[in-house]
Each structure stands twice: as C-alpha cells, then as structure tokens.
Design a protein around this ligand. Structure first.
Ligand code: NAP
Length: 248
C-alpha cells in the first residue's frame, strides 16, 4: 500500500474528481478528510465508500475561499488524526456565462476566490503542521486550460494559470520538507464538464489524440503518484493528464 496510515485532506471530495482521488487514496491505506461545501449527501456517501474499502474517513464542511473555514478544517483534522501528510487542492468552480460581456463581477470574484485564493488559503493554513512534522505533500489541481487559455472562460483559465505558478513558487519556498506539485487535467467526465454540453464533449473528444475525454479515476491515479514515495524527487512540477489534447 502506497499511502498506508497517511492522513490526507482532499478539498471538494464529495463528488467528481475529488471523490475519485479520495477512493484511490483509500485503496492505498490513506485516511481521508472529505471536504465539501454544498454536497453533504455525496460527501457522506464518499465517507461510507471509504469505510467499506477498509480505511477511515471524516467529512468536514468548509468553504475553501474563506480562511476561517480553512483554519477550522485543518484544526479539526489535527484534533481527530494528529497530523496532515497530504493536502490535495481540488475544489473548483466554473461560473457561466464566462465571456467578458456577460460575466458578472460577482462571478469573476467567485472564480478567483475559489480556484486561486482557495488553494492559497489551504496551503497557508496547512504549512505549520507539515513543517512541524518535517514533511508533507501538496498537490494542486489546475487545468490544461490554465496553460493554453480557452474561450469563453478567461477568469477560470487565469485562476488555473495562477495555481500552476503558486505550485512552482511554493515548491521553492517550502523545500526541502514539503513537496508541492500540480496536476493539469484535460477534459474529464464530471458534472463540471457535462454542464458545458454534449457538443463541447464531442468537439474535445474529436480534437484529442486519444479520441475521448478522461475519467476521474485517471486523474486520481496521477495524483496518487504525486502523493506517494514514487515521486520523492519531484517538486514544482505540473503533470498534464489530457489524452494529448495540448500537443501541437
Ligand atoms: P465538479 O464535479 O463540479 O466538482 C467540484 C467540487 O469542488 C465539488 O466537490 C464541490 O463541492 C467543490 N467545491 C466548489 N466550490 C467549493 C468551495 N468554495 N469550497 C469547497 N469545495 C468547493 O468539478 P470536477 O470536474 O470534479 O473538478 C474538480 C477540479 O478539477 C476543479 O478544480 C476543476 O477546476 C478541475 N478540473 C476539472 C476538469 C474537468 O474537465 N472536469 C478539467 C480540468 C480541471 P460541493 O459540491 O460540496 O460544493
């Protein structure tokens, strides 16, 4: 087992990609804090599934864009499990409409607050515990569109580009105890993608060398690699998992 007795906080892990990461980790012996904001029922189901696998899990409601919520999440985790070995910053949102003519200022702020500030908040709050332990792994979920740009979701892409840079900057600042890496998924089959419509999925599939979109488990496995000892000499890296979509 690659993560036996490790403790991980995975933000937004009640559903979607976060849930797939949580299940991959649990199969490798990891105890998981299942963070959620709106999806309480799904979070409880994820906790149950993890317990059925034979690992432990604990749900915590917290809005990653609010620093006090995030501090509470870290404190509760330390109270319950005594340590935090891995932080996965997965929580994210796309607000629509996302084009410059129609996107509201409120949606712009939310996009940056959840996708970028949320990652910063969680990293900042977990550092003292990881420094005290003398080790830690942080994996941020960005997007290949944070590297390529995409229309009409400029704010989302800018936030994800920020996540890629936060990864590099914190990798330098937190070395050598804490390794910080990033996964940049292409289009993955989740509610976020389905909200964009069938036409978009068809277009992306046709324009991807592997001729399909990805599934959440394929991101879970990439994150597992970056959380495990298999990646012990990798920090500041962005691992693109996109079926070749970003190839020119
Ligand atoms: P999703 O199905 O829409 O799930 C989003 C998750 O984020 C949910 O668990 C949600 O929890 C959580 N969340 C949203 N706002 C939150 C907040 N303020 N505080 C805490 N949790 C919050 O999306 P997904 O496809 O699984 O995406 C997961 C991550 O992968 C995101 O960062 C996304 O940008 C990134 N990504 C996705 C794709 C894709 O094609 N799907 C591609 C590239 C990158 P609640 O439901 O409890 O609110």
């Amino acid at each position: 087992m690659k993560l036996r007795n490790k403790v991980a906080i995975i933000t937004g892990s009640g559903r979607g990609i976060g849930k797939a990461i949580a299940i991959e980790f649990a199969r490798e012996g990891c105890v998981v804090v299942v963070n959620y904001l709106h999806s309480e029922e799904e979070a409880m189901k994820t906790v149950e599934e993890i317990k059925q696998i034979g690992s432990d899990a604990f749900p915590i409601k917290a809005d990653v864009s609010k620093i006090n919520d995030v501090k509470m999440m870290i404190e509760k985790t330390l109270e319950k499990f005594g340590r935090v070995d891995i932080l996965v910053n997965n929580a994210g949102v796309i607000t629509r409409p996302g084009d410059y003519k129609n996107m509201s200022e409120e949606d712009f702020n939310k996009t940056i607050d959840v996708n970028l500030k949320g990652v910063y908040n969680c990293i900042k709050a977990v550092i003292p515990a990881m420094k005290k332990q003398g080790n830690g792994r942080i994996i941020n979920i960005a997007s290949v569109f944070g590297m390529l740009g995409a229309a009409p979701v400029a704010a989302y892409c800018a936030a994800k580009a920020g996540v890629i840079n936060l990864t590099k900057s914190f990798a330098k600042e937190l070395a050598p105890e804490i390794l910080v890496n990033c996964v940049a998924p292409g289009t993955i089959d989740t509610e976020m993608t389905r909200a964009g419509g069938e036409e978009l999925i068809k277009w992306i599939s046709e324009n991807t060398p592997l001729k399909r979109i990805g599934n959440p488990q394929e991101i879970g496995k990439a994150v597992l690699f970056l959380a495990s000892d298999d990646s012990s000499f990798i920090t500041g890296h962005t691992l693109v998992v996109d079926g070749g979509y970003s190839l020119k």
